[in-house]
Design a protein around this ligand. Structure first.
Ligand code: ASP
Length: 304
């Protein structure tokens, strides 16, 4: 039976911990001098991306290569997708070439779940619409563990464009399963109705959300998914919802600052905060390679 990673909604706390433990070991390889292991020797990984990406796509590709897999990339603009081929036909074509792991990003929520039913390859969700981005949340949790030692009992404040964020949904599933307290803050126009039912506290502002937080995670304003008029202007947004050094003082003195990237400098976070010593954004990027190595390795060995 093949195994997939479609979302953290479907995983138990133990499965998430198992991935994070494995990723901790993989991180030593990423940071070490010899980045070539036999973990995926003879396997083929294809990245199929229908949306733009820098970090996620490159880190899946490097993760595959570091473990000696054959790795290839397809993007919608340079492929037959641009000639009108359907997602199903494209996925079946990739599957027919001997692909073992199909990593896919699509603007439609649920696209990887549907494709998984049609292909023999293991499917990894690299972001589906506004639904989930499981490897992002895993890399966020790995980074928190490295800086704070544990997830249980942490207060994690996630602020910004909650409505359009697949990152927040995966983080809520993962963090609450592992015992963190999650607070959300942002403009009401960017806060989905009923999100409090996911076991989180919701505020219509940022300052209350980040009080005494151990982790402050800012989310990108997803202008590409927004209808016009959800907030007055970028400048106003920063004034009321952006995190600068003064606002950050509301969090714990040793709080870390995270962002999944790409960051809009001076919108979600001030430049001083992004480049300051509380920011762990580049560590998140490194953790991303380790987490993707762990996920693909475990999938090739029978799942989590
Ligand atoms: N890179 C993340 C994603 O693809 C976050 C973002 O784009 O804002 O969801």
């Amino acid at each position: 039976m093949k195994h997939d990673l479609l979302g953290l909604k479907d995983l138990s706390a133990d499965q998430i911990k198992h991935i994070l433990d494995t990723a901790g070991t993989m991180k030593e390889i990423v940071l070490g001098p010899n980045k070539k292991t036999p973990h995926l020797q003879g396997k083929t990984v294809v990245n199929l991306f229908y949306e733009n990406s820098t970090r996620t796509r490159l880190s899946f590709e490097l993760a595959a290569k570091y473990m000696s897999a054959n790795a290839a990339n397809i993007t919608s603009s340079g492929s037959s997708v641009a000639k009108g081929e359907t997602l199903i036909d494209t996925a079946e074509t990739i599957n027919a070439m001997g692909t073992d792991i199909l990593v896919m990003r699509h603007n439609l929520s649920g696209a990887p779940h549907s494709i998984s039913k049609l292909v023999d390859a293991s499917v990894v969700n690299a972001g589906d619409g506004m639904n989930e981005h499981p490897t992002q949340a895993l890399l966020d949790m790995l980074t928190m563990i490295e800086h704070k030692g544990h997830i249980e009992g942490l207060k994690v404040a996630i602020v910004g464009d909650i409505y359009h964020s697949r990152v927040v949904r995966s983080n809520i599933y993962g963090l609450t399963k592992l015992g963190a307290e999650v607070t959300l803050g942002g403009p009401t126009t960017l806060m989905p109705m009923g999100i409090d039912k996911m076991g989180v506290k919701v505020y219509d502002n940022v300052h209350e959300a980040i009080v005494d937080a151990d982790v402050v995670m800012a989310l990108r304003i997803q202008l590409e998914r927004q209808k016009k008029g959800l907030f007055p202007s970028i400048r106003e947004y920063f004034r009321y919802f952006g995190i600068d050094e003064q606002r950050l003082r509301l969090a714990k003195p040793d709080a870390i600052v995270m962002h999944p990237g790409p960051v809009n400098r001076g919108v979600e976070l001030s430049t001083a905060v992004i480049d300051g010593d509380r920011s762990v954004i580049t560590n998140q990027v490194t953790s991303g390679v380790a987490v993707r190595m762990a996920v693909m390795y475990l999938l090739s060995r029978g799942g989590f």
